[in-house]
Design a protein around this ligand. Structure first.
Ligand SMILES: [Zn+2]
Length: 343
């Protein structure tokens, strides 16, 4: 079985094939979150390892290498992600020392890529490849590398082991060390057009695809993930209090929403403020067209400096939303702050 590219990735795939005769040892794929970068680089990794690659550059899906790849145990392939993204931690056989067991049991899986994960690659890169072919490391999202891990990876990129290709993906290049950037060939992956994304989402059987898609700024995988996470009701509750700011509404909403994941709520607030700003300056709405009327009413009475203050505060909260001391206090503070700026 070979995974499929998304329809909006076909041109990028063709461009990528042009690199293959002289493969860079590290390629950094970048683009908006939720457009399918991880699937794209895993697809490419399989093709690089395939023993009978097709003329169009895709993996054959039938050779021994493809077989191992799709079962997730190719000996010349490693995937490095934050623990929080590893849904199959328990199944990954290697490195299961005491430490690995402990971390699997610890309460919150890490959202960082840690230095141990980079160090573990050293052994992998020091032995000869099983198939006398390439060795491929996929790593994403690169901005999850914490500082020690970044530095360790940098050392590897500075002295690349022969026959090894690093495929990295990042949602935001400005969060990467410039030294890492300078060691990688950059490759941009496109955002689909609204029509392409909408057609794809409808093909996935998503109802109300247009609203989900707009809310995620046009990123189809983000829209699908958001719809599946069941966060719609919570988002709606939040939007209600944003549309009608007030102290009492803020406290009530904070109580109701305290069990919900905070980062998506802060992201919704950021999008809402973006819309408010945009409607005030140019009359356009990007994320929440179905709330245009409320946005217009708010935009009519808020002044720009207060709006800027609210945007700044939301950006700062985004940074700490993963580790709040108390979710309820965090939300109260966030919504009261919003109400005082936007009432
Ligand atoms: Zn193959």
């Amino acid at each position: 079985m070979t995974s499929q590219l998304y329809p909006w990735q076909q041109d990028a795939w063709l461009q990528l094939q042009a690199l293959r005769p002289r493969m860079p040892h590290a390629i950094l794929f970048h683009g908006a979150q939720g457009i399918g970068k991880a699937d794209f680089i895993e697809h490419f990794a399989q093709a690089l390892l395939c023993e009978n690659v097709r003329p169009d550059g895709h993996a054959c899906g039938a050779c021994a290498s493809c077989g191992w790849f799709s079962q997730g145990n190719h000996p010349d392939y490693r995937r490095v992600r934050p623990e929080a993204l590893e849904d199959e931690i328990a199944d990954e056989g290697e490195g299961e020392g005491e430490g690995a067991k402990k971390s699997a049991k610890s309460k919150t899986p890490s959202k960082d890529i840690k230095i141990e994960q980079i160090r573990n690659l050293a052994d992998f890169m020091n032995i000869s490849t099983h198939r006398q072919g390439l060795r491929v490391v996929v790593l994403y999202p690169a901005e999850a590398l914490n500082t020690p891990a970044s530095n360790a990876l940098l050392k590897t990129l500075e002295e690349p082991p022969p026959g090894t290709v690093f495929l990295l993906a990042s949602n935001s290049l400005d969060r990467l060390l410039p030294t890492i950037l300078s060691r990688c060939r950059k490759f941009s992956l496109p955002m689909p057009s609204h029509e392409q994304a909408l057609a794809w989402l409808k093909g996935q059987g998503l109802n109300d695809a247009d609203s989900w898609l707009r809310e995620q700024g046009g990123a189809p995988l983000a829209a699908l993930a958001q719809s599946e996470s069941g966060g719609r009701e919570e988002t709606e509750q939040l939007l209600q209090v944003l549309a009608n700011p007030g102290v009492e509404a803020a406290l009530k909403a904070a109580d109701k929403l305290q069990k919900a994941p905070l980062a998506p709520l802060v992201a919704s607030l950021q999008r809402w403020l973006y819309d408010l700003f945009s409607i005030k300056l140019s009359g356009t709405v990007r994320y929440y067209p179905r709330h245009r009327r409320e946005l217009e009413a708010l935009a009519g009475r808020i002044n720009v400096s207060k709006l800027m203050a609210a945007i700044k505060a939301a950006n700062e909260r985004r940074a700490i939303a993963e580790h709040p001391l108390s979710p309820k206090l965090f939300l109260e503070d966030m919504l009261l702050d919003y109400a005082s700026n936007c009432q």
